[in-house]
Design a protein around this ligand. Structure first.
Ligand code: BTN
Length: 278
């Protein structure tokens, strides 16, 4: 029996559950917990401006102005969903920053798998999908200064409970509990810890290696688009092709009908399945 059904967590439950239980070296040291905030990404930026260090996390029960990719909003009802942002001050070249999003996608997939036993897949570059529907979105924002990275904020929203998606979302969004059933108890705090631990390990390997070569096999094995036909929405003109996996630097390899292989950079285009979301 999942006792979360009868209990809505509040800020002190989250804080108590987290205290002393995060066994990371720096990711989530500290976690700042908020009952309600505009956006954890915005809060992380404010924390940085107030002197917060690499690894600081802002987590909220609900967001009043949750931000999604491409200027969209992220619906953030109170309950047991997970909304958090991680502040990084990486000493890496500017053009490597987008790879951090892909790393967070793998870390989150690992976290979901470890806690639920269900394998989430990745819709390139960084949506997580369960049963063909989106269960998690990731938004990376960055500030640069004189051609170098000042800081990066990676925001993650995981739908844990289905509290009723809007008409627009209900065919393409799902929640962990919907897929896993009510008997699987998913504590957002446990999910956060597991994701942060996975991210920390992957981040350190990435900084040592300098690219995603070490993660290629795992990322490609999670890639729901792999060997499927996709439509690349390119400002220079849309085209279709078969997705073949990612490169060492995170571009999606798309094979056209004539055999030409294009490397698609996430910043410029979006990709969708030709029959719908994936
Ligand atoms: C997407 O459009 O798929 C990305 C959604 C990212 C949502 C998360 S929720 C926590 C963090 N704070 C925000 O305002 N957005 C991200």
């Amino acid at each position: 029996m999942n006792n979360l059904d009868t209990q809505i967590l509040n800020k002190s439950d989250f804080t108590n559950e987290l205290t002393g239980s995060i066994c990371t070296r720096w990711a989530g040291q500290p976690v700042c917990v908020y009952e309600s905030i505009d956006s954890t990404n915005a809060e992380c930026t404010r924390l940085k401006q107030a002197g917060a260090k690499h690894g600081t996390v802002a987590m909220a029960m609900t967001q009043t102005a949750g931000r999604g990719r491409r200027g969209r909003s992220w619906d953030s009802p109170a309950g047991e969903n997970l909304y958090f942002s991680l502040l990084l001050t990486p000493d890496i070249a500017l053009d490597k920053a987008p790879m951090l999003t892909l790393i967070m996608a793998v870390a989150t997939a690992r976290g979901i798998g470890a806690l639920t036993g269900h394998g989430a897949e990745i819709k390139w570059p960084n949506d997580l999908v369960l049963d063909g529907k989106k269960v998690c979105g990731i938004l990376t924002e960055m500030r640069m200064e004189q051609n170098r990275i000042d800081y990066v904020v990676i925001g993650v929203g995981v739908n844990v409970k289905d509290r009723g998606f809007s008409e627009e979302l209900k065919d393409k969004a799902t929640a962990l509990e919907t897929v896993c059933g009510p008997d699987v108890s998913i504590r957002p705090t446990r999910l956060l810890e597991t994701i942060l631990k996975a991210f920390e390990d992957l981040y350190e390997a990435f900084v040592t290696e300098g690219d995603l070569g070490f993660l290629l096999e795992e990322y490609n094995s999670l890639l729901i688009n792999r060997d499927r036909e996709v439509m690349v929405l390119d400002p220079q003109g849309n085209y279709n092709g078969i997705a073949r996996g990612i490169t060492d630097t995170g571009e999606l390899i798309v094979e056209l009908a004539d055999g030409e292989r294009r490397e698609v950079f996430a910043g410029e285009v979006s990709v969708r399945g030709i029959y719908g979301y994936v």
